[in-house]
Design a protein around this ligand. Structure first.
Ligand code: EPZ
Length: 422
């Protein structure tokens, strides 16, 4: 397992280009199961989770080119799919594997997907996915740790999600796109990645209205066509670099972002005292000497994203005063707190609420990554800590950040990857 070593104290300067969005790429790659022929996807991020989705599709009988090396352009043909299964080995490494459930069921009439176990940030059930598929006529049983779903042909249904689940909305949208008749999804997730998937499915010939709003209507069609599509930029990677620049009192142009995806993040950065201004195809952020405390409550989009909570907690550890962060989406998304405390942060957690009192400095230490965004927060802390920080088990980070140490080094950070350590 690799680790990443950072020597703190460098102000970030320059510009960084954001990669394609992980949480858009995963459902879009899964959607290739719905169309016949070969679809081409561009600006695909070079991430471990994308490699896992690729392995999953190939394991089912799809062809993915180029084979072997990883590439930002993938050509996928799923006509050869003859194994409608997602094994525990792959699902346990990536929960988003559940995104093949809807497409397999609606195109092949059967799917066997391992029930994802819990993960570091919470139990993360998929009851909403299954409830919606059953409403569309699927017969679902749970056996030997697998979801076994069957349906001669799904039919339209009126579905109300108990919670606005992102991958639940995506699974049901994909399933409904080839169902017979009309499906409505109420209380659907409104994330930009959901809207992007709706755009992709409509390019394939689906009839979807309202993707990106809380009410989505899908008129099922008989078949979907292959397409070419470029993945949109990753708003969470962009937010992570914006925080890094503010934290180090730097001056960074974060390029290739979609401003309307960043509004809640930018608003909180400005409250923290950073200057954020649109510039060309990106956002320029200039950090100020003094960071102001910020109060944050994570919410479904368009509220403040849970995937940026850990990163803003690092900012709060360096603020002049007390910040309160409340995590409403996941029940255990504070795994980064004990590691930040080891670096001198003053954080008290009470259930879903954490109180962070700013401290004059953080000190470098060996710290352990536990989940994707917690890992990112430890890298950020290392950028401003006194001395050296080593973040262990950075395979968590590689799931969702493309070459983060290279991008940070190009901005002036003293950061390097240690192979096989930690
Ligand atoms: C997606 O996960 C993202 N992953 C997550 O990003 C993100 O944190 C999350 O949405 C929230 O925005 C992908 O898009 C691949 P949910 P997802 O279903 O779909 C509960 C990252 O760091 N729930 O919206 O799994 C669930 O337990 C990752 O990139 C049910 O109870 O999240 C959670 O408390 C981490 N039943 C809440 O809803 C269900 O059937 C939101 O979960 C589904 C979800």
């Amino acid at each position: 397992m690799d680790s990443i070593v950072i020597r703190g104290g460098h102000r970030l300067k320059g510009e960084v280009r954001i990669s394609g969005a992980k949480n858009a790429a995963l459902p879009i790659l899964a959607s290739s199961l719905l169309a016949h022929g070969t679809s081409t996807f561009k600006n695909v991020p070079l991430l471990n989770d994308v490699a896992t989705m690729r392995r999953l599709l190939i394991g089912m009988g799809a062809t993915v080119e180029p084979d072997g090396g990883i590439s930002r352009t993938l050509r996928i043909n799923t006509d050869g799919v003859d194994k409608v299964e997602a094994s525990y080995e792959l699902v346990k490494t990536m929960r988003a594997s559940v995104l093949v459930l809807g497409p397999l069921l609606t195109r092949h009439g059967r799917a066997v997907v391992s029930l994802p176990g819990g993960c570091a940030i919470g139990e993360r059930p998929i009851d909403q996915h299954l409830k919606g598929l059953e409403a569309m006529g699927a017969k679902i049983i749970l056996e030997h740790g697998n979801v076994v779903a069957r349906a001669k042909r799904l039919h339209g249904a009126s579905i109300v999600c108990d919670i606005p689940t992102v991958t639940g909305t995506e699974n049901l949208m994909m399933a409904a796109s080839l169902a017979r008749g009309r499906t409505t999804l109420e209380n659907a997730a409104r994330e930009p990645e959901v809207e992007e998937l709706g755009r992709v499915l409509n390019k394939m010939g689906a009839h979807i209205e309202g993707a990106g709003t809380s009410m989505i209507t899908i008129e099922g069609v008989e078949e979907l066509q292959p397409i070419e599509h470029a993945i949109m930029p990753d708003r969470i990677e962009a937010g992570t670099f914006l925080v890094a620049a503010a934290l180090t009192r730097g001056d960074v142009l974060v390029r290739d972002v979609v401003p309307e995806h960043m509004e809640a993040i930018v608003a909180k950065l400005r409250s923290a005292g950073a200057e954020v201004t649109p510039e060309g195809d990106g956002l320029r952020v200039r950090g100020r000497a003094e960071i102001q405390p910020v109060d944050i409550t994570t919410q479904p989009f368009p509220g403040f994203p849970t995937d940026m909570q850990a990163q803003f907690m690092v900012l709060a550890t360096r603020a002049r005063g007390q910040s309160v962060i409340t995590e409403t989406i996941f029940e255990n998304r504070y795994m980064h707190v004990q590691e930040l405390r080891r670096m001198g942060a003053d954080i008290v957690v009470d259930g879903r609420t954490s109180v962070i009192r700013g401290v004059p400095k953080l000190s470098g230490a060996k710290v352990m990554a536990t989940d994707l965004r917690a890992s990112a927060s430890l890298i950020l802390a290392g950028l401003v800590a006194e001395g050296e920080t080593e973040v262990l088990r950075v395979y968590h980070l590689d799931r969702g950040y493309e070459k983060i140490e290279r991008k940070l080094r190009a901005l002036g950070a003293d950061v390097r990857r240690m192979k096989g350590r930690g």
